[in-house]
Design a protein around this ligand. Structure first.
Ligand code: SF4
Length: 64
């Protein structure tokens, strides 16, 4: 199987390590959103994510 550059870059990566991941405190619990991708069904207009979600094309790895 041939992977192009894009696929290679996000292969094995998850939202957990992406710089666009945002943690919002909501009623005592933490909800994760993507600061890059929009969703008009959420109260803040951002896409709700899980840290285990496989990375998308906007993925940028956070520097630790
Ligand atoms: S959905 Fe994409 S841009 Fe948003 S946090 Fe996950 S990998 Fe990053």
């Amino acid at each position: 199987m041939i992977f192009n550059e894009y696929e290679q870059r996000i292969k094995g990566k998850f939202c957990r390590t992406c710089i666009h991941r945002e943690r919002w405190e909501c009623g005592g619990s933490i909800i994760q959103y993507c600061g890059k991708r929009k969703n008009n069904r959420t109260h803040n207009g951002l896409l709700k994510i899980k840290v285990t979600r496989p990375a998308c094309g906007y993925y940028e790895e956070e520097e630790l």
